[in-house]
Design a protein around this ligand. Structure first.
Ligand SMILES: CC(C)(COP(=O)(O)OP(=O)(O)OC[C@H]1O[C@@H](n2cnc3c(N)ncnc32)[C@H](O)[C@@H]1OP(=O)(O)O)[C@@H](O)C(=O)NCCC(=O)NCCS
Length: 182
C-alpha cells in the first residue's frame, strides 16, 4: 500500500521519518530484524532464525508496496532504521472486515513516542477502508510496555492463548489477544 512519507518529532527532539521502505532500506531492515531478536524475547524469533537474504528482503519490500492488503512502514531516525510496523488486512469475503497489526523498534528508540505515532497511522489507514471494522493483535505476557501502548491506542483484551511461547530457558508464556473496533 502506498504511504505518503511523514516526518514527526520524537520526545527527545529528534526528527523521525515514516515511509514505505525502498531498496535502500533493505540491509537496514535485515540488521534491525536481527537486533530486535537479540534485544527482546517479546518477538517471535531468536536471532539464529533471522536468515533472510538481501534479495529476498528487496522482493518483500516491493511486494508490500504493491499489495492492497498491507501497509508496511519503516521508521528511520538520522537515516538509521529504528523500527517497522505492519497492518495486514484480510482479503477473504468472510474476513475482509478484519486486520492485524504488528510493531517493533530497536531498544534505543523505545519510550520516545514512536509506537504511539506508528499505531496512530496504522489505525488511520484502517479507518480509511470502509470494509474494515476490527483490528487485532497478539502480545506475549509480560510485555508491559507494548500492552500499555495498545491500551492507550484503544485495544482491549479478549482472550488468552496459553502455552503459546516456550523460551530456551524453559519458561512457558501465554499470548494475550487484543482487539479494537475501527
Ligand atoms: C512496544 C513498543 C512498540 C512500544 O513503542 P514505544 O515507542 O516504546 O512506545 P511509546 O513511547 O509511544 O509509549 C507508549 C506508551 O507506553 C507506556 N510506556 C512507556 N514506557 C513504559 C514502560 N517502561 N513500562 C510500561 N509502559 C510504558 C506509556 O503509557 C506510553 O504512553 P505515554 O508516552 O503517553 O505515557 C516498543 O517498546 C518495542 O518495539 N518493543 C520491542 C518489540 C515489541 O515488544 N513489540 C511488540 C510485540 S507485540
Amino acid at each position: 500500500m502506498y504511504y505518503e512519507t511523514k516526518e514527526f518529532t520524537l520526545k527527545d527532539g529528534r526528527t523521525a521519518v515514516l515511509c514505505n521502505p525502498t531498496e535502500e532500506h533493505a540491509q537496514g531492515l535485515l540488521d534491525y530484524l536481527k537486533q530486535i531478536s537479540e534485544e527482546t524475547e517479546f518477538v517471535l524469533r531468536y536471532p539464529e532464525e533471522v536468515n533472510y537474504t538481501l534479495e529476498g528482503e528487496k522482493r518483500l519490500i516491493e511486494s508490500m508496496k504493491e499489495s492492497p492488503y498491507d501497509a508496511f512502514l519503516t521508521v528511520t531516525v538520522d537515516g538509521k532504521v529504528a523500527g517497522n510496523c505492519h497492518l495486514m488486512l484480510q482479503s477473504g469475503l468472510k474476513t475482509r472486515h478484519r486486520g492485524s497489526v504488528a510493531i517493533a523498534l530497536t531498544k534505543e528508540y523505545w519510550g520516545l513516542g514512536i509506537g504511539t505515532v506508528l499505531f496512530g497511522e496504522l489505525i488511520r489507514i484502517a479507518q480509511e477502508k470502509p470494509e474494515v471494522n476490527q483490528l487485532e493483535l497478539e502480545v506475549i505476557e509480560g510485555n508491559d510496555r507494548a500492552i500499555a501502548l495498545y491500551k492507550k491506542m484503544g485495544f482491549t483484551e479478549y482472550g488468552v492463548r496459553p502455552n503459546a511461547i516456550v523460551l530456551k530457558d524453559g519458561r512457558v508464556l501465554s499470548e494475550i489477544m487484543m482487539l479494537r473496533p475501527v
